[in-house]
Write a protein that binds this ligand. Structure first.
Ligand SMILES: C[S@@+](CC[C@H](N)C(=O)[O-])C[C@H]1O[C@@H](n2cnc3c(N)ncnc32)[C@H](O)[C@@H]1O
Length: 306
């Protein structure tokens, strides 16, 4: 039984190296690691790194990152949670903000299904809804549907970051606010040897090339956003890594049951790389906030492709 699981997970890990469409790779990645992340984070429904808020549990730190991300969004309001995962952010924020309605969007169907169940358990299913779909080609026919949109630790997965920014601009009301919390590269120097390590890790995680904060700034400005504010929250997020290490140690037996030994090693190396990447200053974590122009790009839809 456990051998079957190991073989299946080993094959999925190998598939991440194949030249498959990006959306399929993300699906495989969350099929592969989604359940393990659930083992680590418990049934809180959060899948982000967290923001340390003084002696908190991992789930509390993860909730704190979401609270910090939406601090500038309008209340009351209709919010879009982009890359909502298993719904921890949408459900927790809906409980804490009774005047908001939230629509969660995620590419991974199983996560969306779990998010719906979580909304039932939090008793917010009347105000929180979830949809399957790609953030770079959102499944919303109408424009200007939301007063605010946020994306917690998901945009690093997106291969079409320009398409994503255009889609956020399309579905936001003019003047609506967007906030994105994510890993960013610290600079553009791709010749340094550590960059090869970064590229290897990105490949093994099925991630495309990450943006720097400056690249995000340009991307959002091109899509019609203004008043951009970039806050470096690296210290607070990476302070949560010991909480992850603790949970990894506590769940080691489960990890070894699920994954072949080389993959377990690679998961540990990925966590170590995160810590070393931070220490070497290659990797940062940013909160990027922006407002959509009151009249975005005149009457031509920035999404174009929709
Ligand atoms: C690290 S998890 C973060 C989940 C959630 N935001 C949280 O804070 O717990 C990243 C999520 O982004 C989703 N995702 C990745 N690429 C996507 C895309 N192109 N469109 C929509 N969701 C995507 C994944 O399926 C996954 O659920």
């Amino acid at each position: 039984m456990s051998l079957d699981l190991q073989v299946r997970n080993g094959l999925k890990a190998a598939a991440l190296w194949l030249p498959l469409p990006p959306a399929s790779k993300t699906g495989i990645f969350y099929d592969l690691y989604g359940e393990f992340l659930a083992v680590l984070s418990g049934d809180s429904g959060f899948r982000n790194i967290g923001l340390a808020a003084g002696g908190s549990s991992l789930a509390e730190a993860q909730a704190e990152l979401c609270r910090e991300t939406v601090r500038g969004l309008a209340r009351p309001g209709r919010w879009l949670d982009i890359g909502c995962g298993e719904g921890g952010a949408a459900c927790t924020l809906a409980v804490e903000n009774p005047s908001v309605e939230i629509c969660g969007l995620d590419l991974h169907d199983e996560s969306v299904e779990r998010a719906r169940q979580l909304a039932g358990r939090h008793r917010v299913a009347d105000r929180v809804h979830f949809r399957s779909g790609d953030a770079c080609r959102m499944p919303f026919a109408g424009d200007g549907l939301f007063d605010g949109a946020y994306a917690v630790e998901t945009a690093c997965h997106y291969h079409d970051k320009r398409g994503f920014a255009a889609e956020v601009a399309r579905v936001l009301e003019p003047g609506g606010r967007f906030a994105c919390a994510d890993f960013v590269l610290s600079g553009e120097d791709r010749m340094r040897p550590e960059r090869a390590v970064i590229q290897w890790i990105q490949q093994s995680l099925g991630l495309p090339r990450m943006y720097t904060a400056e690249q995000w700034r340009g991307n959002l400005e091109n899509a019609g956003f203004r008043e951009l504010r970039v806050s470096d929250i690296t210290a607070g997020t990476f302070a949560c890594l010991p909480l992850w290490s603790e949970r990894m140690d506590e769940t080691r037996a489960e990890l070894e049951r699920r994954y072949p030994a080389p993959l377990v090693l690679s998961i540990y190396l990925n966590i170590r790389w995160l810590i070393e990447g931070l220490d070497a200053g290659q990797l940062r974590y940013a909160l990027i906030e922006a407002e959509l122009q009151p009249d975005p790009a005149g009457d031509s839809s920035p999404a174009g492709s929709q």
